[in-house]
Design a protein around this ligand. Structure first.
Ligand SMILES: [Zn+2]
Length: 93
């Protein structure tokens, strides 16, 4: 297949949003409100940044326990999410 990598390798094709943003003097861009709404991105959320060939991919950081991957009863300790169950085990140390 020619250079169109969107359809290769079983990936879901990227969907253009029709929106563009200017980068400001500090390198920042504003995520359009409608995208923030549909991805449930709020002030203070962490966005993970990945690169794929010539693309930059932004993903909302998934809230899961650092140790077991659970999403139940998460607490944050020094930037790490820890679930109630792992927290209980840690307390026994
Ligand atoms: Zn856990």
């Amino acid at each position: 297949m020619p250079e169109d990598s969107n359809n290769g390798g079983g990936r879901v094709a990227a969907r253009a949003t029709g929106v563009s943003r200017k980068v400001d003097d500090l390198g920042r861009i504003v995520l359009p409100a409608e995208l923030r709404r549909s991805f449930d991105i709020r002030e203070g959320d962490h966005i993970d940044i990945a690169v794929e060939e010539d693309r930059i991919i932004l993903s909302k950081r998934r809230s899961v326990c650092t140790f077991c991957g659970s999403a139940e009863g998460l607490r944050v300790y020094r930037e790490h999410q820890v679930c109630a169950s792992c927290l209980g085990e840690l307390k026994r140390f």
